[in-house]
Design a binder for this molecule. Structure first.
Ligand SMILES: [Zn+2]
Length: 465
């Protein structure tokens, strides 16, 4: 080895010791950004395969003509429905419906579609839908955690879900449950103390078996609802309306036609009906205007303005909601509709849903001759036990099913209840609707008095079919 070579290796040795580690330290570590493949402009949260079809015309417009990215989360796989194609039912039907929904969404350019596999609640026989029942069968918190996760994963500016309200129409309790949970998730996803394991950093993302999820918090900007109500007068002016007769500039057909094509994939639910309508060109059903209901906007805009009016690109600050506030000046004695009505009355202000507070007076639709329960709650805010006398007022032809009313004396139509001090007594009155010649609205009301004092009444509008 000559001296020159020895000198060269010595200098190389010194370079390796001093400069290579220094050069390496010059490269900063990089924290990966949220996975851009899942960034959505709109996240749709629906209950069943085919619910997205109700708004497919608008979604097609958003995807094809406004170049928005739309993604969908279905709470259930529609396993409790009918099958117009074959015998496959229940779990097998769920496999089919998941595929139908993926194909339907794909037809309007929606490719990221998830299913939470909550149980599909069958329509209660001769009964009225109650959102609280779906929240129970879904194990509310499980589905809520999942939807918060999907908001954090997809980072949408806009969340569109189903109306949390009791309406005349299909009024499916799973639809309402989706609206309730998506609203809660809208208000939680930006809060790092909610489901913190989702936003905690993974221990070592390049190694295996990490438990923390590494998502970022995310505050969506606007929340919209769509409804399965059959009497749609109340939605006018509550949100933007889109023409389904309007022609898509990119597809050169009306949005209603794109909606009919989308729903035609749900063959177990609709058979060949949409395909036949498409072939005949009679698309009146699909070309009805589509109105959304504004839940809330954190970025301004008008109630009936376009869904993307005011929307800002990029994250906005977490916007905490007021949450439940107990009433201040409680009357000594009071009565109110219970169940879903009592829940929604408290839910809307808790989530700052100002547009829903006066959307609908309590209403329900029933068939002639139908026997159904109405929940009521009696409140005793006084310091002593009180006897409440409750009277039901109804038009001619109506009656009360005395066998199931929770009343002490069964003397109709006055019911008597003993309500403890500072307690509430939830009761159910079963009503039997009359058979009418034509469908019409009728009012049922309840009045009560306790200790000789009258209290405010409760009224329910009933659409008898
Ligand atoms: Zn549905």
């Amino acid at each position: 080895m000559n001296r020159g070579f020895q000198k060269f290796t010595f200098i190389l040795f010194l370079f390796c010791i001093f400069f290579v580690p220094f050069a390496k330290a010059q490269q900063p570590a990089v924290n990966p950004k949220p996975d851009p493949r899942f960034k959505a402009d709109i996240l749709v949260v629906a209950a069943h395969p085919d619910d997205e079809s109700m708004i497919a015309g608008y979604l097609a417009k958003a995807v094809f003509d406004e170049h928005k990215k739309v993604e969908v989360v279905f709470a259930t796989r529609g396993n409790a429905g009918q099958n117009l194609v074959g015998n496959e039912q229940d779990h097998s039907l769920a496999e089919i419906r998941e595929m139908e929904a993926r194909q339907a969404c794909s037809s309007i350019g929606i490719h990221n579609v998830w299913f939470l596999r909550a149980p599909d609640t069958p329509a209660p026989a001769g009964d009225v839908h109650d959102v609280l029942r779906s929240l129970e069968t879904w194990n509310h918190g499980n589905v809520l955690g999942e939807i918060v996760r999907f908001i954090r994963l997809t980072r949408p500016e806009v969340v569109i879900t189903m109306l949390p309200d009791v309406v005349v129409g299909e009024n499916h309790e799973d639809h309402q449950a989706t609206g309730v949970i998506a609203t809660e998730a809208f208000d939680m996803a930006g809060d790092p103390t909610k489901f913190p394991e989702q936003v905690a950093a993974p221990e070592d993302r390049l190694w295996f078996g990490n438990h923390m999820e590494g998502l970022r918090t995310w505050q969506p900007e606007k929340l919209y609802y769509f409804t399965d109500a059959s009497q749609l007068g109340f939605v006018k002016g509550r949100g933007p309306e889109y023409s389904m007769k309007a022609v898509s500039p990119s597809k050169h057909v009306a949005y209603g036609r794109l909606a009919a094509q989308e729903i035609s994939y749900h063959k177990t639910q609709y058979g060949d009906k949409p395909s036949k309508a498409l072939a005949s060109g009679n698309l009146d059903y699909y070309e009805q205007p589509l109105t959304f209901i504004l839940g809330k906007s954190l970025v301004g805009g008008t109630k009936t303005g376009d869904i993307f009016q005011g929307v800002k690109a990029g994250p906005i600050l977490f916007a905490p909601v007021k949450g439940y506030q107990p009433p201040k000046n409680n009357a000594e004695f009071s009565l109110e509709l219970g169940g879903p009505w009592a829940f929604y009355k408290r839910f809307y202000p808790a989530h700052d849903l100002k547009n829903l507070a006066d959307l609908l007076a309590p209403e329900i639709g029933v068939g002639g001759g139908q026997d159904f329960p109405i929940p009521l709650v009696l409140h005793n805010n006084s310091d002593k036990t009180a006897i409440f006398h409750l009277q039901t007022h109804f038009p001619q032809g109506w009656s009360i099913d005395s066998s199931s009313a929770q009343n002490a004396h069964r003397e109709l139509p006055v019911h008597t209840f003993k309500v403890n001090a500072h307690d509430s007594f939830p009761i159910r009155i079963r009503l039997i609707a009359p058979n009418l010649n034509t469908s019409k609205w009728q009012n049922i009301s309840w009045a009560a008095e306790a200790d000789g004092k009258k209290m405010g009444s409760a009224t329910l509008k009933v659409y008898v079919r």
